[in-house]
Design a protein around this ligand. Structure first.
Ligand SMILES: Nc1ncnc2c1ncn2[C@@H]1O[C@H](COP(=O)(O)OP(=O)(O)OP(=O)(O)O)[C@@H](O)[C@H]1O
Length: 488
């Protein structure tokens, strides 16, 4: 365990670390983050015994750092500094062998079998074994960084101090290094203290992080607690957003560049309405949330396709087939949002909001042959996908937080269910009024500019207009669909 108590570090008269106290537990992965010049390296050097604090105490396993002999300290603790003197022309093997010095009784003794094994293991763990006969000078910056890490590992320390260890490393070696450190901290109880500039790497890999600013502690805790949006903005003096990582429960920090391009606007939407598709194109991208076949989830898009397919359409891999279709039409599937329906697109509704309301553009296609009542659906047999779909697209000129997107989806769903109720659309299995169809899809698209709409529930200005348009548009599309079906 490492204990830092009331540490103050000074260069001449300048205090660069001010009265810091914290503990790092055995087997912990501990990150030090903060802007340039905030004292991270100075603190790490002090923990490694490289500089002596002006005030305070640093203890390793309850023993004052100054009480350790240098060789004894080197068996306990290894350091990977920010920049190393790599001018010497030793081979990679010899550089890593230097890490065994603290374990040797004297220079004359030479290296033992165990030393050799540890050197080989360290080279393999850092993916540098293939360079072992090369002079260090002939390696790239990232390769050299990995060799110096191998040297630190060959020391077999209990504590590893790393100053920006991912500097110079490509993304695969960054992940490889941090995955290994995490594994060693779990399995071998290796204690890792790392200065990290990449907030997302710190968030993903550190058990706890210390946020420094001008030599003082701003926050200390788990990444979830420390990576608070306003706190980071205050310390780093930059605009950022905190999101959640899609696969693991860690915060993800994103930065927004100043925009130089224009924002999307409704009057710029170009609509092509054919039997085969309704295609909407915009010169600028919209931020979308959808359940589309192509481009689902939160994305950005400027091409939107609602494709008509035969009611007996089937494909082994619908996404692949749809992607192929788009490519044949000259559209890039990575850049296009694609839905499909068996409904006749000639019957679709396209509506625009009133001038005094929030600016909204709506497209609705409605086929109801596969109508389902959500309240009685549990009585039905397993789902057999049939193309009788209601697809609803809502474009909004405005700036919406994610919560408002979800409220917009709720408002759309409620307005659609009410439209089906008022059109007496029946679930053919239960004989009750349907609330939707089994393959309905929705798109909410926002320009993310102009008026901010924090909410889109049914009683907000935005929600009221979405609900009015979706209710009317769904009823009109169902009516036209009904007339067509009766005439067939
Ligand atoms: N040897 C030194 N002599 C005098 N001042 C120093 C010395 N080393 C660092 N400093 C000063 O101490 C302050 C803290 O430096 P330190 O390197 O600890 O910051 P850091 O947070 O690691 O910065 P960076 O993110 O830029 O690496 C800075 O203002 C720096 O100029």
């Amino acid at each position: 365990m490492i204990t830092c108590q009331n540490i103050t570090i000074q260069y001449g008269q300048e205090k660069v670390v001010n009265n810091l106290s914290f503990e790092v537990n055995q087997g912990e992965m501990f990150g030090i983050i903060g802007p340039n010049g905030s004292g991270k390296t100075s603190l790490l050097k002090a923990i490694g015994g490289g500089i002596i604090p002006k005030e305070g105490e640093i203890m390793i396993d309850h023993r004052d750092l100054s009480a350790y002999q240098s060789k004894e300290l080197a068996r306990k603790l290894a350091v990977l500094p920010q920049e190393s003197d790599t001018a010497f022309s030793y081979s990679v093997w010899d550089v890593v062998a230097l890490g065994r010095y603290p374990h040797q009784k004297g220079w004359l003794q030479g290296i033992s079998k165990r030393d050799e094994d540890m050197i080989t293991q360290a080279l393999l763990q850092t993916d540098t074994y293939q360079f072992r006969t090369k002079p260090l000078q002939q390696l790239s910056g990232g390769e050299r960084q990995r060799v110096l890490l191998a040297r630190a590992l060959a020391q077999e320390p209990d504590i590893l101090l790393l100053d920006e260890p991912t500097n110079h490393l490509d993304i695969s070696h960054q992940m490889g290094l941090l995955n290994s450190l995490k594994q060693w901290s779990h399995e071998r109880k290796l204690t890792v203290i790392a200065v990290l500039h990449d907030l997302n790497m710190a968030s993903l890999y550190c058990d706890r992080v210390l946020l420094l600013n001008e030599g003082s502690s701003v926050a200390l805790g788990t990444p979830v607690d420390v990576m608070e949006e306003k706190q980071l903005e205050g310390v780093y003096q930059t605009s950022l957003q905190r999101k959640e990582h899609p696969a693991v429960p860690s915060p993800l920090i994103t930065f927004t560049p100043e925009r130089t391009e224009d924002f999307a606007v409704i009057k710029d939407l170009k609509v092509e309405r054919l039997h085969e598709w309704i295609k909407i194109e915009s010169s600028q991208k919209w931020k979308t949330l959808s359940s589309a076949v192509i481009g689902a989830g939160f994305r950005w898009h400027h091409q939107f396709v609602n494709r008509h397919v035969d009611k007996n359409y089937s494909a082994d891999n619908v996404e692949m087939e749809y992607g192929q279709y788009l490519r044949e039409k000259g559209l890039d599937p990575n850049d296009t949002l694609g839905m499909m329906t068996a409904a006749f697109l000639e019957d679709a509704s396209i509506l625009i909001s009133k001038p005094s309301s929030p600016a909204i553009y709506v497209m609705i296609s409605a086929g109801v042959s596969n109508a389902v009542d959500a309240a009685t659906a549990h009585q039905q047999a397993d789902w057999i996908p049939v193309m009788g779909t209601i697809n609803i697209w809502v474009f909004i000129e405005g700036n919406l937080p994610e919560a408002a997107y979800i409220q917009a989806v709720m408002t759309v769903t409620e307005a659609k269910a009410k439209a089906l109720h008022d059109e007496h659309v029946i679930d053919s299995v239960s004989g009750t009024i349907a609330t939707g169809t089994s393959t309905d899809s929705v798109l909410i698209a926002s320009s993310q500019s102009g008026v901010r709409y924090p909410y889109a529930g049914t009683i907000t200005p935005l929600g009221k207009e979405i609900a009015r348009l979706v209710y009317k548009g769904t009823r009109d599309a169902i009516k036209r669909n009904k007339i067509r079906r009766e005439s067939l």
